[in-house]
Design a protein around this ligand. Structure first.
Ligand SMILES: Cc1ncc(COP(=O)(O)O)c(C=O)c1O
Length: 450
């Protein structure tokens, strides 16, 4: 590896960073991370911090998960790649499919379709949803509904159901027939309703209204995150997702749970759908399926949907979709080891306990600093602070101020993520009580520095 002078001089010079302005990356060079152990990352200057971002919501078991590393190395030796396109398979992916079928049985999901990440998983679910209706002779069901503030990755389909202009405007026109309803976001919503239960009912009424307006027979699927993540950690009221399920079922609309963040324990339950007592028709997973160590994802498919495909004799169920890396043996081996560790460590339990501690500590910070307009969390290890320059008027904070909080917090021992006016936390699920305290103290220093 080149020395640190070389790396600093060339930082962002010959690459463009995702979700960043190229000129900004040159003016404010990104932190160069060179190592990681447990829940801590180390930068090029040897500065070590608790990673409250958890990689990118994916390193649930931390950076030192030996069984996953060993499984990847062993699989690379045995069979580093083979395709799963029609006619071939591999041993690791067959075993993984049985394990996922067992793991997701309580969610009613019994088949897997493999991908290389979250955006691929979303694209796959949207496509298979349309195909499901075509097989059943309802080919006019092509539209998708979703939530404003939702995040579903960056492929054209996913961007089209995304509910945040930042990921849409520069790339329009997007897919036709994608429509959005208000998110159950108590801090800001068009109904001016702060009560979570009442807001859930209003958003459900908006969903009913949109379905009536579009015509139920034109809609293929509704896609939602059980807890909205990248949009600023927005947990809906417990009545919301069951309400969506009931409406979708009544109108013959498939429900896609985008669990790229929430599957495998982050909410304090094994899946976000299970957290709310809902069985979706498709579940998009990725990220923590391999603890972030290998790009991999799986779309889990409900038994009833699978039956429709498998019973087809017309040829309409032939799947004209898939990726070179679908069912990659190294990813499958990583996922097998990761699932075993995730279950062995019973991570939802710690996610719930440490999540409650973090949420409580953030609420205490909000008592101390007026700049914190809203504190969101309470469902496992996903929390956010929404910053405002005027608490009464809820004026969104400027970029420079929130950047200062992040920078000072980093110097003080914690990496947090800034997204618009939000500071987002999604640490590894193996976090200790002391680690939570380090994150809270670092943020405290960040706010005190303003
Ligand atoms: C809910 C959700 N869906 C989809 C994606 C896209 O995943 P990827 O970045 O792996 O393509 C993300 C990424 O953060 C996500 O949070």
């Amino acid at each position: 590896m080149k020395d640190s002078n070389f790396l600093k001089e060339h930082n962002a010079r010959s690459m463009w960073h995702p979700m960043a302005h190229p000129a900004d990356s040159l003016a404010n060079p990104p932190t160069i991370v060179t190592g990681a152990q447990g829940v801590r990352i180390t930068d090029i200057d040897g500065h070590e911090v608790v990673d409250a971002v958890g990689g990118l919501w994916n390193v649930n078991l931390g950076f030192s998960c030996a069984p996953i590393k060993a499984a990847i190395a062993a699989q690379l030796d045995r069979l580093p790649y083979y395709s799963t396109f029609r006619g071939t398979s591999n041993d690791a992916v067959i075993e993984l499919s049985e394990e996922l079928r067992r793991f997701f049985a309580p969610d009613g999901l019994t088949r897997a379709f493999y991908t290389s990440g979250g955006s691929d998983s979303v694209e796959t679910a949207l496509r298979l949803a349309r195909q499901y209706h075509k097989i059943r002779g309802q080919g006019q069901r092509t539209k998708f509904l979703s939530l404003k503030k939702g995040y579903h990755g960056t492929h054209f389909g996913g961007a089209s159901v995304n509910g945040n202009a930042n990921f849409r405007t520069a790339y329009e026109p997007l897919l036709a027939g994608c429509h959005h309803i208000p998110a159950p976001y108590t801090y800001r919503n068009p109904f001016n309703e702060a009560d979570p239960a009442k807001l859930a009912q209003l958003c459900l009424a908006a969903l009913e209204d949109e379905i009536a307006f579009q015509g139920a027979g034109t809609i293929a699927a509704f896609i939602m995150e059980p807890v909205l993540g990248a949009g600023g950690v927005i947990p809906p009221h417990e009545s919301f997702m069951p309400g969506v399920r009931e409406i979708c079922t009544r109108h013959g609309i498939l429900l896609i749970a985008d669990e790229v963040i929430t599957a495998f324990g982050r909410t304090g339950s094994w899946s976000g759908s299970r957290h709310w007592g809902v069985q979706p028709d498709f579940m998009c997973t990725a990220k923590a399926i391999t603890n972030g160590y290998f790009p991999f994802g799986a779309v889990m498919i409900a038994e009833e949907v699978a039956q429709v495909f498998e019973a087809d004799t017309s040829g309409a169920a032939a799947i004209g979709h898939g990726y070179t890396y679908s069912g990659h043996p190294v990813g499958a081996a990583a996922a097998l080891a990761c699932l075993a560790e995730t279950e062995r460590l019973n991570v939802p339990e710690n996610a719930a306990a440490r999540g409650a501690q973090l949420f409580e500590g953030l609420q205490a910070l909000a008592e101390k600093y007026d700049i914190i307009g809203d504190v969101r969390g309470g469902h496992g290890l996903m929390c956010a602070l929404e910053l405002v320059s005027d608490r009464a008027k809820k004026t969104p904070i400027d970029k420079k101020t929130i950047g200062t909080v992040q920078e000072v917090a980093y110097r003080a021992g914690a990496m947090v993520r800034v997204s618009g006016p939000n500071i987002i936390m999604s640490p590894p699920l193996i976090l200790t009580a002391d680690d939570v305290q380090i994150i809270l103290s670092a943020l405290d220093e960040g706010f005190a520095a303003l």
